[in-house]
Design a protein around this ligand. Structure first.
Ligand code: GLU
Length: 424
């Protein structure tokens, strides 16, 4: 029985339904009783807030925001905040559950949470964005804090947005609370290495799976959907490891460069053009056909729900690494499995970001910043250990990497839930 959050059309892809059934399946695989499975699935706390914002015109516009703590049995809630016009409660609930699993898979002492505001931030001026962020932060403030729930950047939010949240919370408390938010600028308790950590983790997982499949890195052609915080650094990191990035897509369209994209050249081009389109010598391709480009590794690094059954049927790559959160629908996953295409799932592949957040938070709580080398070393080790654990377990269980990763996460959450008992 899947916990229902909204009355939703049963034919539409719903990320909450997908993640709750994945947890349910994992619970059954582990032999957990149904009470425990329902306890793990059901979000602990859901807050919906109205966010009125005075626009530069003087008019007031209303937005809706959410912060959801899915599970806090292993530690405070942790997870990003996204600003996007498609945000809704079910999506944030699904993403909060993904965070619970993700933090457990990489074995860091956090539960899972997520937040978001339904807004297209590209329509807002900087002043409007700051007012929206501060009002939203004020409204969710009773839920957040260094020992309760620690937000971080996600889609369309960055270090500047985190600074405004940190400042709002600090003003309300009357003292500095750097540990209340991660992904901050260095000047207020951020850490070198946070930016790009998700992409580094994706790269570590890619190299690790190629090694196990006996495929040399320098023969791999990679396509990446998304050229933002995660996608852009990936072009360079993959190229540095000898892979050839032949296709990149962003919101405006997609490019194909069979001889391989030069990461520096693309970064320079993007800075000027604000799109990958027009990269010198690139063929523009129909975004609908992006996943059919000749390639070996496919990396969705943008929004969720894009790898549908139809996409999975025609995908050319023979390995997929999920840099985005929830990029694959249930039907899409079934097709990839039937085609024997291994997938490193989001809860493992993109966990580098939250591991970096953990290190930033630990440094803030200690009031002692680490050397950048130590940060890097610990990040790489945490990701490598998590990959090896999931890979070995998947071989033992004869279950694919996604179901195994979810089972590893659910098992750790169940253990914490069990040992803590039931209050009162
Ligand atoms: N938004 C990132 C994610 O989805 C990072 C979350 C965090 O650092 O709390 O994993």
């Amino acid at each position: 029985m899947v916990t229902q959050l909204n009355d939703i059309d049963s034919h539409e892809f719903n990320p909450w339904r997908r993640v709750s059934s994945l947890i349910e399946e994992a619970g059954k695989l582990l032999g957990l009783d149904s009470g425990m499975i329902q306890r793990i699935i059901t979000p602990e706390r859901i807050l919906e807030v109205a966010v009125p914002v005075r626009l530069d015109t003087g008019n007031v516009e209303m937005f809706t925001g959410w912060r959801i703590q899915h599970d806090t049995s292993r530690g405070p809630g942790k997870g990003g905040i996204r600003f996007h016009q498609s945000v809704n409660k079910d999506e944030i609930a699904a993403l909060s559950a993904d965070m619970s699993i993700k933090c457990a898979v990489v074995n860091i002492p956090y539960g899972g949470a997520k937040g978001g505001v339904r807004v297209d931030p590209t329509r807002l001026s900087r002043g409007e964005l700051e007012r929206l962020t501060r009002r939203y932060a004020f409204s969710i403030a009773p839920m957040i804090g260094p020992d309760r729930d620690i937000p971080a950047p996600d889609i369309n939010t960055d270090a500047q947005v985190m600074s405004w949240i940190m400042d709002t919370v600090s003003m309300m408390h009357g003292h500095n609370t750097p540990g209340a938010v991660t992904g901050k600028p260095l000047s207020i308790g951020g850490t070198l290495g946070h930016a790009g950590a998700t992409s580094l983790g994706v790269t570590i997982c890619t190299t690790a799976i190629l090694q196990r499949l006996g495929r040399p890195s320098n023969e791999q052609r990679v396509i990446i959907q998304g050229y933002g915080k995660v996608g852009a650094p990936l072009v360079k990191l993959m190229s540095d490891r000898g892979m050839k990035v032949v296709g990149v897509a962003d919101v405006s369209g997609a490019i194909y460069v069979p001889e391989g994209i030069n990461p520096q050249l693309l970064a320079k081009h993007f800075e000027a053009a604000h799109t990958v389109l027009g990269y010198p010598g690139a063929e523009h391709v129909d975004p609908e056909k992006f996943w059919t480009l000749p390639s070996d590794i496919a990396i969705p690094a943008a929004l969720g729900g894009v790898i549908t059954d139809r996409v999975a049927e025609t995908m050319t790559a023979s390995v997929m690494i999920e840099a985005a959160n929830g990029p694959t629908t249930g039907d899409g996953a079934a097709v990839l499995a039937s085609r024997g295409i291994p997938v490193v799932p989001d809860v493992l592949a993109n966990a580098g970001g939250v591991v970096a957040s953990y290190f930033e938070w630990a440094q803030d709580l200690q009031g002692f910043m680490w050397e950048p080398e130590l940060f890097q070393q610990r990040l790489e080790k945490t990701m490598q250990d998590a990959f090896i654990h999931v890979w070995n377990r998947s071989q033992q269980l004869s279950v694919n990497l996604r179901d195994t990763a979810i089972a590893v996460g659910v098992e750790r959450i169940a253990e914490a839930t069990e040992v803590r008992g039931l209050f009162p």
